[in-house]
Design a protein around this ligand. Sequence first.
Ligand code: PLP
Length: 487
Amino acid sequence: MPLPDAPPLPDLAALDPSPGELRAQAASAVDHVVSFLSSVSEQPAQGDLEDVEAFCRGLREPRPEEGSPLDDLLSFLFRDAIPRAFNPAGPGYMAFIPGGGLFPAALADFVADATNRYTGVWNAAPALVQLEANALDWLRDWMGFPAGTRGLFTTGGSMANLNAILCARERHLGAEIRPGVLYASREVHHSVLKAAKLAGVMADRVRAIPVDGSYRMRPDALREAIAADRRAGLRPFLVVSTAGTTNTGAVDPLEEVGSLCAAEGLWHHVDGAYGAFFHACGELRPLLRGLSRADSLTLDPHKGLFLPYGTGALLVADGAALRAAHATGDHPAYLPHLPDADEFYDPASHGPDLSRGFPGLRVWLTVKLLGAARLEAAIAEKRRLAVKAAAEVAALPGVVMDAPPQLSLFAFHLSWPGATVEEEDRATEELIRRVVARGRVMLSGCRTGGRFLARVCILSFRTRQDRVDEAVRHLAGESAGILAGRI
Ligand SMILES: *Cc1c(COP(=O)(O)O)cnc(C)c1O
């Protein structure tokens, strides 16, 4: 007797949705995103972080054996997880260094991920890699870098800084890493210190150069530190200037430091993760004088070009130095060669990644869709908003403006007669707390020069005049309340 046929097993390995399912899934994601974006300006600027630890514990679960409907998963994300976060997409986000998250970049990621082209090596997707090279060339032109420049899209400014330090190390120290000394101002971003360590430049070979009254690196102190290290038999090799510090928005004297580096034979890297994109605006270029002459420049499209997180960039004036930092001597035997390494660009020979996403498409699609003029107008507007707001905040009773905006960030503290620094620190922290508690703007502070400063950084494309006015009103109201009992 033949056995009856067993019922067919479901084909678990068939992972692709049908075209109809695919459309439905995409439509569902689009619905959620569009309703999120249409309410983004009404969402609390600081997010909902009440009892978030308990909430996170509740999220832990074993690996699911079976799938769930997409709608349930998206509903959970948009209802429960996304609101429990700072709101960097919203217009009230003036804390840290804002970005925003321009929508075309999301479309670019969607297209890039769905088509899954391989953009690590030129030969695998020559036309797409050319678009990435174009986007890097646009950054080069915005920054006034020379024709021989090569660049690299990274996950962020931290990785751009790391690759810059590697270029300088390779060029100036070769295998003799240990005597090499790196210089940066006391206000340098900690990612530079981390990158130095990852690049084999240990903390005892990093010098923190003092700053002037505007939080800018002091070239005289830099010159002395270099001389002292030379006398001690060490090898100065790299100065990292910052074009827009994260604390107070200070722009180091790029021109003077650049000339000093040229005279001393050192690599000059500029960390413009916050400030570089102001160079895209002709009228603002004088604020960043000297930036174009740097050996390398970190810029963060996910800050100053308003893209979503995940896109940093590095430009290196001598493109060969970027290639040299990532060269191993032998070309991997299984990889194809570029037809002409001078004419064509190849991400894998200019950076540490081989298989990677397609970061260039985010920049390419955004700039092509919007055009450079609109992006430049938005950047210039952020500067104007910050200058006006800083003047209004500086005029408030009890406010001491420690750092007027050199770009679009200003920092200040509260003060009253007879107050100690500790009392002023507490009052300034309380001011931030109360303004943030109102839910419309998010501010953050920093500790520098022995005191706590409140800071306002205007860089999101969604931050317009109305929200900045609101921020100033809330600062005026809350500072008056805090100072009322004290003066
Ligand atoms: C944000 C920032 C960085 C780090 O960049 P990520 O994109 O966060 O990795 C480095 N330097 C400065 C001045 C920054 O503002």
